[in-house]
Design a protein around this ligand. Structure first.
Ligand SMILES: [Fe+2]
Length: 427
């Protein structure tokens, strides 16, 4: 509550003003600089199934091109760019020994574990061995996802950057195909948390089919914004926060004033037509409380949506303008059979169809709708915020204070760090 009150106080003057304050004056300046994401964090890079034994998989994350390798059960991640003249290993990956990658162009051969040049096939005994190399990344695997650490420091345990519920033993995951969203990661992540964004879901197929009592937005009552939000900063898990949608103002219809003596128009959300306000509130309160959380560096976690499931939407920057979304449905399973069903057909019918194909698809369209404004029309300066955005400004300030580091364009071309990467380990 203390953190939330302070963040409200420090960001309140950024909303509800006639003119947007100049960008340099924003309390979330560091957030504005994070076009490429936050550095020194673990991020999901791929589904485990995308990297078969003996195979490779290329991925771009935070602007960095990375080649993932699985060989003899061990995982490796190296820069996908030969130190010689920049050839991409992934164009013809050659893993010719148990722990090396060889460039298919001029035979330079690198250690997959630390990135050092091991040898050059057409220059035996080269003096360059061990004196140059490519970046190697810490890599690990948990619950069907491969995680890569993007940074130069010694990585913390994975637990520090992943929601605790995701790693809990009794929760089983159903995976949707990752999506590529044509929007900056911050626009994607803010959408998940944005209390005003639920208006779009009145037209979501899941809402229409299920009769879900969808509001115009889960907006905190005036003056109660801090009370809605629970900040987590001092545990071994990720920093972040969550808000409960329960205590918000539930608006299902509103009046558009007529002008020049013409009558007002009352507009009612499609999902609310034919039901009284009290019926809708009762239906909403009868559901398990939905908690929306955001965890550093960029994971959205919605607890009890749909029904008893947890929906994760992990938004990993690919570059400044595109984001990879890993959508995952978690459910507690008591038996092996339940778990197997959840990974398969049950998870598809009960989670993937309603949550991804009939709900999150609308979030992706909304996220992409703002990209042009922020990419080419000076949106970060021009945006004109309103009271429900207070929770977004609190979030931006929180990120600015707690992000370990910001990914910057110079990191993409900087010489490799000399940190000895940790070995791949499997959970
Ligand atoms: Fe949404």
């Amino acid at each position: 509550m203390e953190v939330a009150n302070r963040l409200v106080a420090e960001t309140r003057d950024q909303v509800d003003q006639a003119e947007a304050p100049p960008r340099r004056a924003r309390p979330w300046q560091r957030y504005l600089e994070a076009d490429l994401g936050l550095r020194e964090y673990w991020y999901p890079a791929a589904h485990s199934g995308e990297l078969a034994e003996g195979g490779t998989h290329k991925v771009k994350m935070l602007g960095e091109e990375v080649l993932l390798v699985r060989k003899n059960g061990k995982l490796y991640a190296v820069e996908d760019r030969c130190a010689h003249r920049g050839t991409r290993f992934s164009e013809r990956p050659l893993v010719l020994s148990e722990d090396t990658i060889t460039c298919w162009y001029h035979t330079w051969t690198f250690d997959l574990e630390d990135g050092d040049l091991r040898c050059i096939l057409n220059e035996p005994g080269t003096a360059l061995a061990g004196r140059t190399g490519v970046r190697a990344y810490p890599i690990t695997e948990a619950k069907g996802l491969i995680f890569v650490y993007v940074g130069d420091a010694e990585p913390p345990p994975l637990e520090a950057d992943v929601p605790a519920s995701f790693l809990a033993d009794d929760i089983v995951m159903h995976y949707a195909e990752p999506n590529v969203i044509r929007a900056n990661w911050r626009l994607a992540l803010e959408n998940s948390f944005d209390p005003g964004h639920h208006f779009i879901h009145n037209w979501s197929q899941y809402v229409i089919e299920s009769g879900f009592p969808m509001t115009f937005g889960y907006v905190a009552k005036p003056g109660e914004e801090a009370g809605e939000v629970k900040y987590v900063v001092d545990t071994t898990g990720p920093k972040g926060f969550s808000r409960c949608t329960r205590t918000t103002e539930l608006i299902f219809s509103a009046v558009i004033p007529g002008k020049d003596g013409r009558p007002d128009t009352t507009y009612t959300a499609p999902a609310a037509v034919g039901r009284s306000h009290q019926e809708l509130v009762d239906a909403f309160m009868a559901m398990p409380p939905i908690d929306v959380g955001i965890w550093l560096p960029s994971c959205n976690e919605t607890v009890n949506f749909p029904s008893d499931m947890i929906t994760y939407d992990w938004l990993v920057p690919i570059d400044e303008n595109t984001t990879r979304s890993f959508m995952i449905g978690g459910r507690v399973c008591a038996t092996e059979q339940e778990a197997a069903d959840w990974r398969g057909e049950v998870g598809r019918v009960e989670w993937r169809e309603p949550a991804v194909e009939k709900f999150l698809v609308d979030d992706n369209a909304a996220r992409e709708s703002m990209q042009t404004f922020y990419e080419t029309e000076n949106g970060w300066d021009r945006e004109r915020l309103y009271r429900p955005d207070l929770e977004i400004t609190m979030f931006r300030k929180f990120f600015s204070e707690h992000a370990r580091a910001i990914q910057t364009p110079d990191k993409l071309v900087a010489p490799r760090s000399r940190r000895n990467p940790t070995r791949g380990r499997t959970r």
